[in-house]
Design a binder for this molecule. Structure first.
Ligand code: NDP
Length: 330
């Protein structure tokens, strides 16, 4: 399939330096956790990825287990690369991860050198790549010595299979230790991938301070709270095909009347500023200069375009931020 990227792709996107590294990431990145699996329509996923790249989104986030079935999002992404995007390999940043259960037995989960090394090799094969740009340890392993996990990451960089490494879902103390071990091995920790949105502010309790102090970037996943911070559920009903309708990761009973009242109040602020609720949610995250990128998901290119349109409006004013704060406190 022939694909020629939009000539003006770098016109509308800003790029933020990732911590103190040389790597810049787009303010909005695209994640392939949902909607790109073997059960999903390939053409829709390809359209979404290409719409992203055409709008200056240079960063695509995967993991070994994304699908379903696990591994199939990497296979689909490999196909998208083969179907045209691969011609732009030097213009894109590809991330993948290992840390959750991937294959049976003692070597297919958590944080051993054995698991991380084998998993990245399998990811590269699925995507048809020689290297990824960023390889993450996906979650802390309570039993493997951190030194072993970090040495495995550093060796992966030395072997040229990843250009940078990062961690995900580590708490502030685990992060500080990981950063320090990696530094002692001569391989800096590039980035932390953490959940952050108006509905989940845990990283404000210490993690952002650690990242700021250590010069590590921060990319925020589930910035739209899996769709809650969009117009998807504002009417009070659960649209067919939506993530909540599938019920596995976003539970319909989490959409309580109290939550809906909060979302509608936030939506009023968005509307008054000429934005969508998704745009408000994205700019709210980007208000902090320690954040490198907002990592959105999308089940169609239309959703993605709507989210990217956030960037065509100005940042939130202090007054808007104060009104949001007041609503979030309720
Ligand atoms: P979001 O909070 O952005 O949720 C994305 C979902 O919200 C979409 O799939 C869609 O769901 C809905 N949505 C998005 N935009 C719109 C819109 N404009 N209008 C209406 N609905 C919309 O992020 P995700 O939870 O998908 O996470 C993003 C990425 O973060 C993942 O792909 C992955 O790369 C990463 N991640 C990392 C984790 C980690 O442990 N490191 C954990 C989780 C995610 P639908 O249409 O299906 O209802």
């Amino acid at each position: 399939m022939v694909y020629t990227a939009n000539e003006n792709r770098y016109g509308a996107m800003n790029y933020r330096r990732c911590g103190k590294s040389g790597l810049k990431l787009p303010e909005i990145s695209l994640g392939l956790w949902h909607n790109f699996g073997g059960v999903d329509r390939y053409e829709t996923g390809r359209e979404t990825v290409l719409a992203a790249f055409d709008a200056g989104v240079t960063h695509f986030d995967l993991a070994n287990n994304y699908g379903p079935p696990p591994g199939s999002a990497e296979i689909a992404f490999g196909r998208i690369l083969k179907d045209g995007l691969g011609a732009y390999r030097d213009e894109i940043t590809v991330s993948t991860k290992a840390g959750y259960g991937m294959w049976p037995g003692p070597y297919g989960d958590l944080g051993s050198r054995k698991y991380l090394t084998a998993s990245l090799d399998a990811s590269l094969k699925r995507m048809g790549l020689d290297y990824v740009d960023v390889f993450y340890h996906h979650r802390p392993d309570p039993d493997t010595p951190l030194e072993e996990t970090m040495t495995a990451l550093a060796d992966i960089v030395r072997r040229g299979k990843a250009l940078y490494v990062g961690v995900s879902n580590y708490d502030p103390e685990q992060t500080a230790r990981a950063v320090s071990v990696l530094r002692s091995l001569g391989v800096p920790c590039l980035i932390h991938q953490a959940s952050y949105s108006m509905l989940n502010r845990r990283i404000e309790d210490g993690l952002l301070d650690v990242l700021g102090k250590e010069g590590v970037g921060c990319i925020c996943f589930s910035p739209l709270a899996q769709g809650l911070l969009t117009d998807r559920y504002l009417s009070g009903s659960i649209p067919e095909g939506s993530r909540a309708s599938r019920g596995e990761f976003l539970k319909p009973d989490s959409i309580t009347p109290e939550l809906l009242a909060k979302l509608r109040a936030l939506n009023d602020i968005a509307k008054a500023g000429g934005r969508t609720l998704a745009a408000l949610a994205i700019w709210w995250i980007l208000r902090d200069s320690r954040i490198t990128s907002v990592l959105v998901g999308a089940s169609s290119s239309a959703q993605l375009r709507e989210n990217l349109a956030a960037l065509s409006r100005p940042a939130l004013s202090n007054e808007e931020l104060e009104r949001i704060e007041e609503i979030l406190r309720r």
